[in-house]
Design a protein around this ligand. Sequence first.
Ligand SMILES: O=C[C@H](O)[C@H](O)COP(=O)(O)O
Ligand SMILES: C=C(OP(=O)(O)O)C(=O)O
Length: 452
Amino acid sequence: MATAYPSAVSIPSLDDLRAIGAAQQPTYADSIDRDRTVDTLRKMPPLVFAGECDALRDKMAAVARGEAFLLQGGDCAETFEGVTAENTRNKLRVLLSMAVVLTYAASVPVVKVGRLAGQFAKPRSSDAETRDGVTLPAYRGDAVNGFEFTPEARRHDPQRLLDVYHASSSTLNLIRAFTTGGYADLRQMHEWNTDFVRSSPVGERYERVGAEIDRALAFMSAIGSDPAELHTVDFYSSHEALVLEYEHALTRIDSRTERPYDVSGHFVWIGERTRQLDGAHVELLSHIANPIGVKLGPTSTADDAIALYEKLNPERTPGKVTFITRFGAEKIRDLLPQLIEKVGAAGVEVAWVTDPMHGNTFATDNGYKTRDFDAVIDEVRGFFEVHRSLGTWPGGLHVELTGDDVTECVGGGSRLSAADLETRYETLCDPRLNRAQSLELAFLVAEMLGHN
Ligand SMILES: O=C[C@H](O)[C@H](O)COP(=O)(O)O
Ligand SMILES: C=C(OP(=O)(O)O)C(=O)O
């Protein structure tokens, strides 16, 4: 039965969604504990405000029109232990640095969205993991179970959803402080990278951009111009809307618009493994007013994409739906053109974003899941080439990255090899670009954007 709200709007109940069928869900042994947790979550204040989601949706509409570029990035899987000031600051500074490079070199407004403050649940290829003959449930992100390979840690525990809420809340609190309290001031752009500049060629290149920006800022100051945009940034949070208990409990009716919003994050997306047209994730997200993303892998057809769009955005609200393709470097040039053309021919206007990570994962002989920086770049190049040939707008970049100097993806300016991966491999799921690789990517994308 649908949950009744004080307005004409209704959303399906959790039981309705479970009946529809949802892929990639936790299996909780104790439904009383689960329901109690959901009830507690329902009483928690929103993590983001509906008006902020509207502002982001308007920005995504500008991306879809070709007037702005989306930079969306952060951890593959956030962890509770990783919710520290240092970690959050490091992720923020790499995203801010990338955004400055993109904005300055390509003269395009950049919409900044973190995979952060909510990215705690992971879909997996397999439900189980076997080590030395012992089989346990796979790690599904800190939202669901622990990474430690013990039966206790791997148990799906609904209490963790409350920890997700609190971890997201403190991350958002810090992000708001950083982005409005002075840290994100453009004049700080040298500070974001002081340690790094001395030790890497990409850092030096960044510093040269910084010097040019300094001159422009000095000029603006001399003529008495000091726009507020130089001192604070609009920064938004996003994550995959995966665990239905959590997303449903945080879906609330906004008193201004009387529409449901998922107030767990500004932007939520549906993953490649949960985008079934008749599945529960698509059903739930079809009711919310947030801007949403849909990941499209190499098996997606244009008909799938159009049907998903019609279901998720029947009112055709601009900026509501973003398609994030993740085909892999080898397939993007073959598959993307027809998808864009057919979707466009159906009168569907979306922002097209490339995720050059998820189609380019492989395992090294020494047992690490990795990605080759060259393949990542090649997929991004393919994305720009296709859009240029069709005369459409390459709307953005969705990447798994970290602000730390980890060794998880091979290649890049420091030429990390498979043997180097063991030096600092910290991700609990998929490999992320490190700080130098992220900044190199930003410079390459800025060049491509500048020539678009
Ligand atoms: O990030 C995406 C998926 O969660 C991840 O690629 C799944 O990894 P797996 O194939 O090791 O389960
Ligand atoms: C699971 C993810 O991606 P995809 O759904 O594209 O596999 C992800 O971005 O974390």
